[in-house]
Design a protein around this ligand. Structure first.
Ligand SMILES: [Zn+2]
Length: 576
């Protein structure tokens, strides 16, 4: 099939849901807000000279600032790899918050980076970058420039897209291929690139970007068998193949081929059924397991590297958003919620000099730790993923708004020409009540689609202005349609009970404790004289009766995994 005839990125949107822009939503309180603010400030403080140093050294320019070291340094694993992701995350946060300091920093970084390109537009910061990981890094460069242009208003960033791409051509392969079985460099990941290449093509019209996106789509080895329902995950590198599904999501929109939706939906089901821990994470030692052999259980004892959390959560949440938009089905929001609360939100806060979270550990008596090498991949996806919190909460529907994620926030949009603000106020998931209020210039009719999670055991209760409200259950949503006026209030109750989830089919008695979307972990008893670190949201023990009752005479305490900071915890226990 000749795809060139349909080269377009502006085909009619076939989707029931669409995302809101970054500027439409703000997270206003709660644990997401706490993490968002803290990480926004930390990334804004990164020193521009230090970030640009490896690029300037490569270009023979004066290069002030201390070396970054770690993965990022000149002789590091992937020199300069995450600059584009920092630019991307800062652009997203600046667009969301309206704080001009972010756009200023983005501008300085884009200009500084552009000054190092030289006559051949070579954008790689060292031999390991160009010889080993050119596609992996090019993807990050493109993502940063796309967001700098779209979100931070940096016009130069769009001009840099084709320059950086053409400058990379001598280093990137002419054909796409899988990473599986590659023992020698270059073994990087061509298949992560098409999403950014298609988007960059849409912004520039440079046909070479489109053509390379096509040849890098991992159709034969991955998307085609997935679309046919075959499980091709076992043995594959975990993060890179899930983020590749974002390329499938973009390819579907650009090429209009529904096989990519089938591939994504089947991939989602296979991950959920065969690969996932209770947190929504997957891929012990970054590798998908052979299902039905008890290997998730085994991994609790054989490794501490259970889930590459910032990268993996970012990939899983992007996949869920593509599927939500393509299908309008609430179940994809359930997985988004699970991996956000127990993945991205649950990581150790990074420090300011390159120590970052990477693997989450689900074995007994674990602690949250930093990755041993500074500035790893996860330092880039962490800020992109946290910056995207505002993209996960509300979606536009044909008839109003779908609420996917429950967290204190507000949304501003225009409904039939009337400006509307929807404010969400809740302590969910620690509380079972979610309150909304509407503010609008004039009364306006629209539908609110409220996601009813798969774990909800009772019919949800919905009231409007204190009175029980009619709603339809549709694709996992309670849909409330009515005329709304300023001051109208809606309240949703989602009854939660504790439940136990087995680690895999062969080990039904090895379970994680869950309530709603949250994994609860046991906080191990303290030695005499130890001070217990404060927990953000520890719940009274009487609410945890189910598990406390199983260990007579021994006081046990559980906390949401995300609230654990430095204390030792145990996620899985044997059911008695
Ligand atoms: Zn990572």
């Amino acid at each position: 099939m000749v795809r060139g005839a349909r080269a377009s990125t502006s085909a009619a949107n076939p989707n029931p849901f669409s995302e809101f822009d970054y500027g439409a939503v703000e997270v206003t309180a709660g644990p997401l807000k706490q993490q968002y603010d803290r990480l926004s400030a930390a990334y804004l403080e990164l020193d521009n000279d230090r970030l640009l140093r490896v690029y300037r050294e490569r270009a023979g320019l004066p290069a002030p600032g201390a070396p970054m070291g770690g993965w990022y340094g000149r002789d590091g694993f992937v020199p300069g790899h995450s600059l584009g992701q920092y630019i991307s995350g800062l652009s997203r946060i600046g667009k969301t918050t309206g704080d001009a300091a972010f756009a200023h920093k983005v501008q300085a970084l884009v200009e500084g980076f552009a000054a190092t390109l030289g006559p051949n537009d070579q954008s790689f910061a060292g031999p390991n970058a160009e010889n080993v990981w050119p596609c992996y890094i090019l993807d990050k460069h493109l993502a940063g420039l796309i967001d700098a242009y779209n979100l931070a208003g940096i016009a130069e960033a769009r001009e840099l897209l084709p320059r950086v791409f053409h400058g990379a051509l001598p280093y990137i392969p002419e054909r796409g291929r899988d990473r599986i079985g590659k023992k020698d460099p270059p073994y990087d990941e061509t298949y992560v690139l098409p999403e950014s290449l298609f988007t960059a093509y849409g912004l520039t019209g440079d046909r070479a970007l489109y053509d390379r996106a096509i040849v890098y789509l991992l159709d034969r080895d991955f998307f085609d068998p997935l679309a046919a329902g075959r499980d091709v995950f076992p043995g594959r590198h975990a993060y890179s193949h899930v983020i590749a599904l974002s390329s499938a999501g973009k390819a579907r929109l650009v090429l209009g081929e529904e096989k990519y939706l089938h591939a994504m939906a089947n991939a989602w089901s296979l991950l959920k059924t065969n690969q996932q821990y209770a947190t929504g994470g997957w891929g012990p030692n970054e590798t998908f397991i052979e299902p039905h052999k008890g290997l998730l259980f085994d991994s609790l004892h054989t490794t501490a590297d259970h889930f590459e959390t910032p990268c993996g959560s970012y990939a899983a949440i992007k996949l869920a958003r593509y599927l939500l938009c393509a299908t309008g089905e609430a179940r994809y929001g359930d997985s988004l919620e699970r991996v956000l609360f127990n993945g991205t939100l649950a990581v150790k806060y990074p420090d300011t000099d390159g120590d970052y979270p990477y693997y989450s550990t689900y074995g007994a008596k674990s602690q949250k730790v930093f990755y041993p090498k500074k500035w790893p991949c996860c330092s880039g996806t962490l800020i992109q993923g946290v910056a995207d919190y505002v993209k996960n909460i509300y979606f536009r529907t044909g008839d109003g708004v779908a609420v996917i994620f429950y967290t204190p926030s507000h949304l501003k949009w225009s409904q039939s020409g009337t400006p509307v603000t929807l404010t969400q106020d809740t302590e969910y998931p620690l509380s079972e009540t979610i309150n909304f209020s509407v503010s609008c210039a004039a009364p306006v009719s629209f539908a609110l689609h409220l996601r009813i999670p798969d774990w909800a055991i009772a019919k949800p209760s919905v009231t409007v202005n204190g009175k029980p409200a009619d709603f339809e259950l549709q694709r996992g949503f309670a849909v409330v349609r009515r005329p709304w006026a300023s001051g109208d209030r809606l309240s949703l109750e989602l009854k939660q009970v504790f439940r136990a989830e087995p680690i895999d089919g062969l080990h039904p008695n090895t379970v994680a404790l869950m309530r709603g979307p949250l994994v609860y972990v046991e906080i191990n008893p303290l030695a005499a004289g130890d001070k217990h670190p404060p927990l953000d949201s520890f719940r009274p023990a009487q609410e945890l009766g189910i598990f406390a009752a199983t260990s007579a005479g021994h006081s046990r305490r559980y906390a949401p995994f995300y609230a654990v900071r430095d204390t030792t915890y145990t996620m899985y226990a044997e059911r008695s």
